[in-house]
Design a protein around this ligand. Structure first.
Ligand code: NDP
Length: 281
């Protein structure tokens, strides 16, 4: 994989004639630029919470979606709920040796991947001084190393095909200081950095890389972090100008947008979907 020095010849309108966003003919535009019709998406951790709603929204937008996770019963229930355009593969993303096989299996069964959503993740809420090396490594391994390994496996294929979209799920923990999540914040901050690097390497191959940074979204993960800690819940709510926590489908709709042709000139970005939490006082 190499970075191209991108100094293409300029067309008469002053824009690079090889860029996907300069396609002049209106008839080349899909009827609905927000549609994911005919696309294949892989969503890690798609059996629950945010991943489940990303899968639902993408399927509703026309995509075939493959979801992964460690618990087969959870995945089966999700697929029963979401309908026949969603399928599952049981996979532990931390098993790095399984990743090439996962991608090969998905593509052999369903065709070329258009969209990867790195959603699977774990949290650890503990004062920094009490976090062990093993705990720190476990969070980094799941939220960062695995994300890189899967992204590399998918991107190699996407770059070769000159087509693809990669989404990361970041966090407010990468935007400002939240106490007692040192490993989680380190992992999500690293993901934000990775988005910029990968976008700079892949975008000239028509593979876009972006992050969504959810605010406080009602899922099992946030319930675990908040329910026994009303002070944290109040602080999060006080700095959220919209005055409510988000729903997993709020992230799903943003993911559809970023994966669609409507976002074809967006790469290297981190989109907060947070009710204003990141700019709240
Ligand atoms: P959930 O705990 O509901 O979902 C996490 C999902 O990841 C589960 O489906 C889980 O499935 C899967 N997962 C965890 N570890 C692995 C693994 N080793 N291999 C494969 N799958 C795995 O949490 P959310 O939906 O809230 O979180 C989804 C993403 O959103 C995470 O990256 C999280 O950091 C991020 N996020 C969430 C926020 C929130 O407020 N909820 C805010 C900001 C970011 P299984 O256990 O079956 O493997």
């Amino acid at each position: 994989m190499h970075k191209l020095s991108h100094t293409p010849g300029l067309a008469t309108n002053g824009l690079a004639d090889s860029s996907p966003h300069t396609t002049p003919a209106a008839e080349q535009r899909p009827a609905n630029v927000f549609s994911l019709d005919g696309k294949l998406a892989l969503v890690t951790g798609g059996g629950t919470g945010i991943g489940l709603e990303i899968a639902r929204c993408m399927a509703e937008a026309g995509a075939t979606v493959v979801i992964t996770g460690r618990r087969e019963a959870v995945l089966r229930e999700a697929v029963d709920d979401l309908g026949e355009s969603v399928q599952y593969v049981v996979n532990d993303i931390t098993d790095l040796g399984s990743i090439d096989g996962l991608v090969a299996q998905v593509e052999a069964t369903y065709g070329p991947l258009d969209i990867l959503v790195n959603n699977a993740g774990i949290n650890l809420k503990k004062p920094a001084l009490e976090v062990t090396d093993e705990e720190f490594s476990r969070v980094l391994h799941t939220n960062l190393h695995s994300v890189f390994a899967l992204t590399r496996a998918c991107a190699a294929r996407m770059v070769a095909r000159k087509k693809g979209v990669i989404l990361m799920i970041s966090s407010m923990a990468a935007y400002y200081g939240i106490d007692r999540v040192v490993a989680y914040a380190a992992s999500k901050s690293a993901v934000e950095g990775m988005v910029k690097v990968l976008a700079s390497e892949f975008s000239c191959h028509n593979v876009r890389v972006n992050a969504i940074a959810p605010g406080f979204i009602e899922t099992e993960m946030s319930r675990t972090a908040m329910n026994s800690d009303p002070d944290r819940r109040d602080r999060a709510m006080r700095r959220t100008p919209m005055g409510s926590f988000g729903k997993p489908e709020d992230i799903g709709h943003a993911a559809v947008f970023l994966a669609s042709e409507a976002a074809r000139y967006i790469t290297g970005a981190s989109l907060p979907v947070d009710g204003g939490n990141s700019i709240g006082f």
